[in-house]
Design a protein. Structure first.
Length: 752
């Protein structure tokens, strides 16, 4: 049977639309509907093409990246994991925590997989392969951000999400070589995607979704113990979703709950099987990991807001501020737009809740727990995909809100303009994409000397390659090989592994570089006092090559032109200080900024009881490095010798203000107070040593003497000391040491 249209043409009851789907005659779409379907199909095509191109692009770009600061530590743990499994647990290094080795606390499944692959295949350029694998992890994060946003807002929104991720220099930079933090971001967004998908499919439970959610949760936990957060996400979002849909899901509650528990348990078992430390004790050891990981966190000096600050006492706003300064303005604009538009899309409130919670809560947790974070916001990089997803939905909602095609084009163009800066930065500065600061922060012009730049030392590769291509022996070269000095010897060893006939590497510290024999030094500006970055002392004299980002040096190669300081140090080490003096003077004459020579000569003059010379020399050092703890300490000590106690104490207080962990300043200040018969003042400074955990035998004896001077007998002096130590360790969260000192107090009373 046929019906007639207005022109009398026959139209069958069933038709095939332009997407290939059958449609009923009563529901024949109009031209606008067909256009919408066609538009969806185009955006779907763009989505997959973009995904394919970005995969290839990331793999290729990753091959230019340097080795990150943590890679070799985790590479060695991966080797230990390999030995653990292939020796059936006989080689247990990968599962044993020691005072100096905490890497068994990390599941690091991606590192382990990379090692297994490169070791099995006998790959020489194993770091390049690690980077390729990590770039795939970065790509998966980008893909799943796109899939999540597509699930919520359609193909166009999904494309916007992937573009925003690809335009995020910090994220892309970490996709090249950060196997420590980046995979957790991937696992987290995968888990969020499958959590949302599973909930939206209820009351049906699809096997494919459940299996993928199980694997995603297992993946997150197997990377780092922090991956347990996705289980919390699953529980919270499932509860909220159930409350929202309780009328339709009420009868399904028990069934869904049991399946959900099954997913979590199986995921946990899979994660444990890939993690040697957890495998030894699947409940207690992960619990221990959660309790103790923060105790092993390394405190580093970081340049933040123009000052060198310890990472364990950075301002509470360190992470949110760093994120705000280093993500593209287009993402910030999308975030603001999303916050506005979500009130006009109330039907999607659950998805907005999921995304907002997963990028706000972890930052909130870092702040309230005063977590020891450093290196920008890499520890929080797992929140970024959620932030981008929210921003993409905001941009998409704003564009869709306009009916006029021209206004849509203008809006897209406006957001496009905001993309120019991160694109230009990435093209101009590859492979240092992650050294990015947006326009709000003032970009590199403002960031240089105020914030850490190449904190993961990517630039060591370019500097090493320049040395390999250009370094030559000269009359200063002592042996057959050119000696390359660097603070980070393991990456340097890797870069020079094929050139050991010409080169050998050695470890140097920046402020002690004159104490070591080297011909060329490779120095990143990470760890350099910000004052020296500002006053032009860095780059150093005799710099022959600079690695730059936006015309700011992030790493330099220095050619040595004089070894008087090294020769002097050799003599000084043998006790021949008189012979060392003229050589140090020569080194200072060659380079007035030779801090090593100045400080070593100052130390010699202190030994010789020549305080006037010490003051004169240290003043020279303080002109170009005013916060040098060693120079200020030597000067304070010289003033103390001259009985200029007040001036010496002022300098000690300055050192403590600049670096509250500098032990010598507390000890010297305590001695000044003791000399002045100020017992309370001396006790205050010695207690400062307990507070920074630089407590030693001398400090203990001084405190006991002070307590006895107060009138306490020996027994009660020890009780007071142990009580002070117990209280300190309680506040520090070290219950074990606190308990030991409490037991010592009990023993004192029991023995009397």
């Amino acid at each position: 049977m046929k019906s007639k249209n207005k022109k009398g043409l026959g139209v069958s009851q069933k038709h095939i639309d332009n997407t290939g789907h059958k449609i009923e005659s009563g529901n024949i779409p109009d031209i606008n509907q067909l256009g919408a379907e066609k538009s969806k199909s185009i955006w779907k095509y763009i989505f997959y093409v973009l995904a394919g191109i970005s995969l290839l692009l990331l793999i290729v770009l990753s091959q230019d990246a340097g080795i990150s600061g943590d890679e070799f530590y985790h590479y060695e743990q991966a080797e230990n994991v390999y030995k653990y499994y292939f020796s059936a647990g006989e080689d247990s290094t990968a599962a044993v925590i020691t005072e100096k080795y905490n890497l068994p606390y990390y599941g690091q499944s991606v590192d382990n997989f990379a090692y297994f692959l490169t070791h099995t295949l006998g790959i020489d350029n194993y770091m390049g392969w690690r980077h390729a694998i990590n770039s795939i992890m970065g790509w998966l994060a980008i893909l799943f951000v796109g899939l999540l946003v597509k699930h919520i807002g359609g193909w166009k929104a999904g494309v916007f999400a992937m573009i925003l991720m690809l335009l995020s220099p910090r994220f892309i930079g970490h996709s090249f070589n950060n196997l420590k933090d980046l995979p957790l971001a991937t696992a987290t967004i995968m888990s969020i995607y499958f959590i949302v998908k599973l909930l939206d499919e209820l009351p049906k439970l699809r096997w494919k979704t459940m299996i993928m959610l199980t694997l995603s949760i297992a993946f997150a936990i197997s990377v780092r113990i922090g991956g347990l957060i996705v289980i919390g996400y699953f529980a919270l979002f499932a509860l909220v979703y159930y409350i929202w849909k309780r009328q339709t899901l009420k009868k399904e509650f028990i069934r869904v709950l049991l399946w959900s528990l099954g997913i979590v348990i199986i995921a946990y078992i899979i994660a444990v099987l890939t993690w040697p430390f957890a495998l030894k004790s699947p409940i207690d050891n992960p619990k221990e990991t959660l309790e103790n990981m923060t105790k092993f966190a390394i405190a580093l000096r970081q340049i933040f807001e123009g000052e060198a600050q310890w990472s364990d006492v950075l301002p509470w706003y360190y992470t949110p501020k760093f994120i705000l300064m280093t993500i593209p303005l287009v993402v910030i604009a999308g975030l603001i737009t999303g916050l506005v538009m979500m009130f006009k899309n109330k039907k999607r409130w659950f998805y907005y809740f999921v995304l907002i919670f997963t990028f706000v809560f972890p930052v909130f947790w870092i702040i309230i727990n005063k977590s020891n974070v450093y290196g920008g916001w890499r520890h929080a990089i797992f929140i970024y995909p959620s932030l981008v997803a929210f921003a993409a939905l905001g941009i998409n909602a704003l564009i869709d809100a306009f009916k006029s095609k021209y206004i849509k084009i203008i809006t897209i163009t406006a957001f496009g303009v905001l993309c120019i800066n991160p694109i230009a930065h990435s093209i101009r500065n590859h492979p240092y994409e992650y050294v990015y600061f947006n326009e709000l922060s003032g970009a590199m012009d403002k960031a240089y000397s105020n914030y850490e730049l190449d904190y993961y030392f990517h630039s060591l590769r370019e500097a090493s390659e320049w040395v390999i291509a250009n370094a030559k022996k000269d009359n200063l070269t002592k042996g057959e090989k050119i000696v390359i000095g660097c603070w980070h010897p393991k990456p340097i060893d890797y870069y020079f592994r094929h050139d050991t006939a010409r080169f050998k590497t050695t470890f140097i510290r920046y402020n002690e570089r004159g104490d070591t024999d080297w011909d060329y030094a490779i120095i990143c500006n990470t760890g350099i006092p910000p004052e020296q970055l500002r006053n032009g002392t860095f780059p150093l004299k005799n710099t022959v090559y600079e690695v730059k980002v936006d015309n700011k040096p992030i790493c330099i190669v220095v050619k040595r032109e004089d070894k008087s300081d090294y020769e002097a140090f050799e003599l000084k080490s043998k006790g021949l200080i008189e012979e060392a003096i003229p050589l140090y003077k020569k080194a200072i004459l060659k380079d007035k900024h030779n801090e090593t020579a100045i400080l070593n000569l100052s130390e010699i003059y202190l030994r010789k009881n020549m305080p006037d010379s010490v003051v004169m020399l240290t003043d020279k050092a303080l002109m170009f490095n005013p916060k040098s703890e060693t120079a200020n300490y030597f000067k304070a000590y010289a003033l103390f010798i001259q009985n200029r106690n007040h001036e010496a104490l002022i300098l000690c207080d300055k050192i403590i203000k600049d670096n509250f962990k500098y032990q010598g300043a507390y000890s010297l200040a305590a001695n000044i107070k003791l000399k002045e018969q100020d017992l309370y003042g001396a006790e205050t400074y010695l207690n400062g040593l307990i507070a920074i955990e630089r407590f030693d035998q001398q400090t203990m004896q001084q405190l006991l003497a002070i307590y006895q001077a107060y009138g306490l007998d020996q027994r009660n002096a020890y009780v007071k000391l142990y009580s002070t130590l117990s209280e300190h360790y309680k506040k520090a969260g070290n219950k074990k040491l606190a308990q030991e000192y409490e037991e010592a107090i009990k023993q004192i009373y029991n023995n009397n």
